[in-house]
Ligand binder design. Structure first.
Ligand SMILES: [Zn+2]
Length: 68
C-alpha cells in the first residue's frame, strides 16, 4: 500500500506480507492504528486499521454483491 508521509510528504509503500504481519500484531494488541516508519525521514505515520485491511484482507472476505 502507498502511504504519504505526514511529515515529509514523500510516498512510501508497505508490502502485503508486512501489512498482514502488522494486522496480526494489531489484533493481538487490540490496536486501531499502526505507526508506520517513514523510510525517508524516520517519522511515525498513523495508519488506520481499516486502511490496512483494505489492502490486505486478513481473512477471505465474503463479498456477496447482493444478498436479497
Ligand atoms: Zn517522512
Amino acid at each position: 500500500m502507498q502511504i504519504r508521509c505526514q511529515q515529509c510528504h514523500r510516498p512510501f509503500s508497505i508490502n502485503r506480507d508486512a501489512i498482514l504481519a502488522i494486522l496480526e500484531a494489531m489484533e493481538a494488541e487490540k490496536q486501531t492504528h499502526h505507526n508506520a516508519d517513514c523510510p525517508h525521514c524516520g517519522k511515525n505515520n498513523h495508519v488506520s486499521r481499516k486502511e490496512l485491511e483494505r489492502w490486505a484482507p486478513a481473512k477471505a472476505q465474503p463479498q456477496e454483491p447482493q444478498a436479497t
